[in-house]
Design a protein around this ligand. Structure first.
Ligand SMILES: Cc1cc2nc3c(=O)[nH]c(=O)nc-3n(C[C@H](O)[C@H](O)[C@H](O)COP(=O)(O)O)c2cc1C
Length: 180
């Protein structure tokens, strides 16, 4: 089986990360995979904000944890040293669909590189809050953005979990039998 298919079938999300930062090259490869996802009408609506700074990670972690109502001391980023936040300019394209596909591509690319990844939610709420908007301004974004989702990244502490068993009857094919 082609390696790409194997990666798609085996990819899992990671919840435990080593402290060590991923390389810039790895980050750029994952970002490229996100940017190369298809977008409706080729409008390229997603905006990618990659964060590796410890200070920014802490600010985002605190904000995300507050929105989640996470208990004190629970790290909603599971110790990952990097995150790619995906947003879209308000009113442009198909932000949710485009952004979600980009995150899917990045999760698969991360796995293919041996990096742990996981979608972390509550990004819409993060950038609806004054603190989130402040972060965007600091990063140099003007205008109005809607947060779609994010992908945390890092080296997995204990490798990857085994592939998940999927529910029965996940799909139907019509006609049921292949006609030869
Ligand atoms: C839309 C979406 C939102 C998610 N949000 C979170 C989240 O906020 N925190 C988290 O730990 N995992 C989150 N996940 C990861 C899922 O829990 C994970 O993908 C799921 O359990 C299946 O595991 P797998 O990715 O290893 O196949 C999210 C996944 C998706 C697709």
């Amino acid at each position: 089986m082609k390696e790409t298919i194997q990666d798609l079938l085996n990819r899992r999300s990671v919840k435990e990360f080593r402290e060590e930062q991923i390389t810039r090259e790895e980050l750029l490869t994952v970002l490229s995979a996100g940017m190369n996802a298809p977008t409706g009408g080729n409008q390229q609506s997603p905006v990618f904000l990659a964060v590796q700074s410890k200070e920014w990670m802490e600010r985002l972690r605190r904000l995300n944890g507050e929105i989640a109502g996470a208990p004190e001391g629970f790290d909603v980023f599971y110790g990952a040293p990097a995150i790619i936040l995906v947003l879209a300019e308000k009113g442009k394209g198909n932000p949710v669909e485009d952004g979600s596909l980009a995150i899917g591509n990045m999760l698969n690319a991360a796995y293919a590189l041996g990096l742990g990844g996981r979608w972390i939610h509550r990004i819409r709420e993060t950038f609806e809050q004054p603190l989130g908007k402040e972060l965007l301004r600091e990063a140099g974004y003007e205008g109005e953005y809607i947060g779609i989702g994010s992908c945390i990244l890092g080296y997995p502490k204990d490798g990857f979990p085994a592939p998940l068993k999927k529910k029965d009857n996940y799909y139907k094919i019509i006609p049921q039998e292949e006609k030869v």
